[in-house]
Design a protein. Structure first.
Length: 288
């Protein structure tokens, strides 16, 4: 039985008038101002997928305000579980995701989120897979982010051959199979045009080199989707980076959806993250 704590739900509207749905997991408010971790899912992911609620709960238990949310182009509807917004999924781009993360930060800073105990001088972003790329790009441009954690993150957003891109352009879209739901999910060529228009901005090694905030990279040694060598490339490029490789772990650290419980690899990823953030920001329970 799933007895995990649920956060307090919120819904924002981004600059395109689309919904941004998320949750705020808060620790004991009596502990004073608490550091914040905003959590970004990856491609075909969503805030309620597998380990994300578990991660948010454990971060809150460790004294952090945890804020997982769905990108506007996640494809997930207002039941928080089903891919019912496939048109928004098809129109998603990296620029839109970076902007969505900025909207969540705006709401955190203007008080729109139910997080009165949030310490705005200690805000981290944690992204998984492609979400790690979004987190890295935003943090390289936004001084409101003071730390970055990348789980199973990519080193480049250019992941398709010239032949695939040519076919994508000719058709106007590319189709992806969601192995879990068996849905065929389209991505329009707008995604490629967005990458082409922002080659330098979305160069992840360049973003890592320019990152002022400290960076933690956690990656599975046996990641079947993003080889661990990509983690090493980003780590080598960054000035203030720590790399932790989880032995024998895959892309989701053994976690599945629907949630079947934690794994040793996931426990290691979460503990490594909370330890690193706690060392970065020692407990200041009386901070006001």
């Amino acid at each position: 039985m799933d007895v995990r704590m649920r956060g307090r739900a919120f819904e924002l509207t981004n600059r395109r008038g689309e919904p941004l749905r998320g949750d705020v997991f808060r620790p004991d408010v009596r502990r004073g101002r608490r550091p914040v971790v905003v959590i970004c899912h990856g491609f075909k992911g969503f805030k309620n997928w597998g380990f994300f609620p578990e991660l948010a709960e454990r971060l809150a238990a460790a004294g952090f305000v945890a804020i997982p949310f769905n990108f506007s182009g996640s494809g997930i509807g207002d039941d928080f579980e089903s891919f019912t917004e496939l048109e928004r999924f098809a129109q998603d781009t990296t620029s839109k995701q970076v902007g969505d993360l900025g909207c969540v930060l705006d709401a955190l800073h203007d008080g729109s989120l139910d997080a009165p105990d949030a310490d705005l001088e200690r805000v981290a972003v944690l992204g998984h897979s492609r979400g790690a790329a979004t987190a890295l790009i935003r943090a390289s441009e936004d001084a409101r982010l003071h730390a970055v954690v990348g789980w199973a993150g990519v080193s480049t957003l250019w992941r398709y051959s010239d032949e695939e891109i040519a076919a994508w352009k000719e058709r106007g879209f590319m189709e992806f199979l969601n192995a879990r739901t068996k849905q065929i999910m389209r991505i329009q060529y707008d995604m490629v045009e967005d990458l082409q228009a922002n080659r330098e901005r979305f160069d992840l090694e360049r973003a890592a080199r320019g990152l002022q905030a400290p960076l933690l990279i956690v990656h599975g040694e046996a990641d079947e989707s993003v080889p661990v060598r990509e983690a090493r490339l980003v780590h080598a490029a960054a000035v203030r980076a720590t790399l932790h490789v989880v032995a024998n772990a895959g892309h989701t650290f053994g976690a599945v959806h629907p949630w079947k419980g934690s794994t040793a690899a996931l426990d290691e990823a979460i503990q490594t993250t909370t330890n690193w953030l706690t060392k970065l920001w020692p407990d200041e329970g009386t901070r006001r």
